[in-house]
Ligand binder design. Structure first.
Ligand SMILES: Nc1nc2c(ncn2[C@@H]2O[C@H](COP(=O)(O)OP(=O)(O)OP(=O)(O)O)[C@@H](O)[C@H]2O)c(=O)[nH]1
Ligand SMILES: [Mg+2]
Length: 238
């Protein structure tokens, strides 16, 4: 039987949301990393790697200017994947939130994201992407809004710390303004350069890290299948 999972990815600008979706694309398409970045699956273009065509993803105009080091996401976009066992994963990429210093409770980016999320018929999980190499997150402003606007989903949140491993994370889990059972770590640096710039050491380190990231995603997608699906219109009636 076909099962659908709507998953929303939220986090600060530059925390690695679009990169995370590209990693999911490689996991779901079972792409093997042979060390050549031009063989990777790219759902969302990066500054260095163009989108892999013919996968039915939204084709977005180039989102970076010469001053930016990466492609900023400017709208909510859904990337849909169907696995061989008929699981449909719809991953919603969202524009980046302001950082901990500049965010406030009336932030317009968050308004845009929350209204796009409410247009989904249901949500299986919200993935909060946090750059774990930093010392603070904007989440203390974001979580109260999620609690108000999407009350049932507070139990459906998954934290993915990027730019770090369990050992190198700088943010304490106890400092997060909510509790979550699912906390994962990823260091996703495969899309930020062409592989011809990597030396042998860099290539070997990436191959090892790739396998670790794929194991993390395997656990995460099992959790997505287990998480209860909430229907937005149902809980708005409560
Ligand atoms: N080293 C490292 N770099 C990362 C990681 N995740 C993302 N990056 C890099 O960080 C930059 C921003 O990544 P994106 O995935 O575009 O970030 P985003 O959250 O989608 O950004 P916005 O769309 O502006 O909100 C890019 O240069 C990525 O290659 C990570 O885990 N480790
Ligand atoms: Mg993005």
């Amino acid at each position: 039987m076909e099962q659908r999972h709507n998953i929303v990815i939220i986090g600060e600008a530059g925390s690695g949301k679009s990169t995370f979706i590209n990693m999911c694309a490689n996991y779901l398409c079972n792409t093997k990393f042979d060390g050549n970045t031009s063989n990777l699956t790219i759902a969302i273009s990066t500054k260095h790697l163009p989108q892999t065509t013919n996968m039915g993803f939204p084709i977005l105009a180039s989102q970076y200017s010469n001053n930016d080091s990466y492609c900023k996401t400017t709208s909510c976009n859904i990337y849909s994947f169907t696995t061989s066992d008929k699981q449909v994963f719809n991953l919603m990429d969202t524009p980046g939130l302001p950082d901990a210093k500049t965010i406030n409770s009336t932030d317009k980016t968050l308004d845009t994201i929350l209204s796009a999320v409410k247009n989904l018929s249901y949500i299986s999980a919200i993935v909060l992407v946090i750059n774990g190499s930093l010392h603070a997150t904007a989440l203390s402003q974001v979580i109260p809004r999620i609690k108000t606007d999407l009350p049932s989903h507070i139990n459906n949140m998954v934290v993915v710390f990027t730019n770090c491993s369990f050992e190198t994370r700088n943010i304490e889990i106890a400092s997060l303004p909510f509790s979550t059972r699912i906390v994962l770590h990823m260091n996703n640096y495969y899309f930020n350069a062409n592989s011809n710039t990597w030396d042998k050491y860099g290539l070997n380190a990436r191959k090892k890290q790739w396998n670790e990231s794929m194991s993390v995603l395997k656990m995460l997608f099992k959790e997505f299948q287990r998480l209860h699906t909430y229907n937005i219109t149902d809980f708005e009636k409560i």
